[in-house]
Each structure stands twice: as structure tokens, then as C-alpha cells.
Write a protein that binds this ligand. Structure first.
Ligand SMILES: Cc1cc2nc3c(=O)[nH]c(=O)nc-3n(C[C@H](O)[C@H](O)[C@H](O)COP(=O)(O)O)c2cc1C
Length: 198
């Protein structure tokens, strides 16, 4: 397992080969195995394959931007998994008797650390690790200002918030191009770890 964690990299180029339903289901299950604050479990997934994938890219990457898109092989990923979370569910869960003393049941603005984003991130990492562990690859990317258009196109309920999009598929490593972010020097574990005192 530690090996899968160490080897995981975002892959932005995929072969067109479909992913079996069994593997897709295994990655989906991994998302729902992620920890969840207060066991709130607000996570829901929109799963897109085939025409759904084409519709996603038509919605988020218009003709002109598509021509200049630096990762054309990302559009070949046969599966897109879109995790959504529901902040209101956390507020009602934390208003329950066993959590009420936290004060978080009054509204989303009371949350210094909004756990819906934390849970969403854990689900994303579980999906990426599951994909890599199953000899697939994955890439997480933002929806940015397309969240509303994606919601509209696929009928996502208004109260849910998108974490982003996870592409999965069989990697086409020969044509993969990493993002400019990858070139940033990695800060060392020693530099970032403060044992006993900062
Ligand atoms: C919260 C978050 C947002 C990210 N957004 C994007 C994105 O929009 N597009 C993209 O190509 N990669 C995105 N990435 C991938 C990062 O660029 C990548 O994880 C980082 O460069 C380290 O590379 P590695 O994951 O392959 O080790 C994102 C990663 C995280 C965790």
C-alpha cells in the first residue's frame, strides 16, 4: 500500500480503451470508504462514461480553448468521477445531541475548518490511490468557473458543491506531459516536519 502511495502521480494522457465496470466500481467503492467527519457521509458521485465524458468536455472546454489545451490526452480518459459534498448535511449532523457542544450546528459560517472539503479531499485521494493500485491512473483537476454549467448539464442538485473532477483510465505514459507545477522543487520531509516543537 505504501508503494502505491509513493508511486501515485497525476497522469494527463490516457489510452482510449474503456475501463471495465468492475474496476470503475472498485474506484467508486474506495471513494465511499474514505473517512467522514461525524460519519456525516454527504459524499455523492456523478459517474460519466462515453457520451457523458464527451458532454462534460463540451460543457467545460469550448472549441477555441480546446485547440490550445496543453493536455489533449486527458480528454481520452474514458471515465470521469465527480465528487460532490453537501455542507448543510454537516451543519445538521453537528446540531445532533452528541455534537451540539461544538457549536458547528448553527450554520456553515461557524466552521473554521469546513469538514466537507476535508472529506471531499480524502475521497479524491482514495479514488486516485485505488486507480493506481488497480494499474490504472488518475488525475484530479478543478472545475473552476464551470461548476454551475456542469451542475446544469447533468442535473446536480443545487445544495451540493463540487470538489472537482477525477479522470481515470489506462495511462498513455509515452504521451504524458506533466504540469508545470510538477517542476517545483519538492520540499524535504525534514524541512516540513517539526518533531516535538516547531
Ligand atoms: C487540490 C488540487 C487541485 C489540483 N488541480 C489541478 C488542476 O486543475 N489541473 C491539473 O492538471 N492538475 C491539478 N492538480 C494536480 C497537481 O498539479 C499535482 O498533484 C502536483 O503537481 C504534484 O504532482 P503529482 O500529483 O503527480 O505528484 C491538483 C491537485 C490538487 C491536490
Amino acid at each position: 500500500m505504501l508503494d502505491v502511495i509513493a508511486r501515485r502521480r497525476m497522469v494527463r494522457s490516457y489510452r482510449r480503451e474503456p475501463v471495465s465496470a468492475e474496476l470503475i466500481d472498485a474506484v467508486i467503492s474506495a471513494a465511499f470508504d474514505a473517512p467522514s467527519a461525524g460519519n456525516t457521509r454527504s459524499l455523492e458521485l456523478l459517474v460519466l462514461t462515453e457520451t457523458g465524458v464527451a458532454d462534460y468536455w463540451d460543457t467545460t472546454l469550448s472549441g477555441e480553448r480546446r485547440r490550445g489545451f496543453p493536455w489533449p490526452g486527458l480528454l481520452d480518459a474514458p471515465v470521469l468521477l465527480l465528487p460532490y459534498v453537501d455542507p448543510a448535511r454537516y451543519v445538521s449532523r453537528y446540531a445532533e445531541p452528541d455534537k451540539a457542544r461544538t457549536g458547528l450546528g448553527v450554520g456553515t459560517e461557524a466552521w473554521t475548518v469546513p469538514y466537507w472539503w476535508v472529506d471531499g479531499g480524502a475521497a479524491v485521494e482514495n479514488m486516485l490511490l485505488a486507480a493506481n493500485g488497480l494499474s490504472l491512473a488518475g488525475c484530479f483537476f478543478g472545475q473552476f468557473d464551470h461548476e454551475a454549467a456542469v451542475r446544469e448539464r447533468f442535473g446536480v442538485p443545487a445544495q451540493l458543491r463540487a470538489i472537482g473532477t477525477v479522470a481515470i483510465g489506462h495511462p498513455d505514459l509515452a504521451n504524458d506531459r506533466s504540469s508545470r507545477s510538477t517542476a517545483r522543487p519538492k520540499r524535504s520531509v525534514e524541512e516540513l516536519t517539526h518533531r516535538g516543537r516547531w
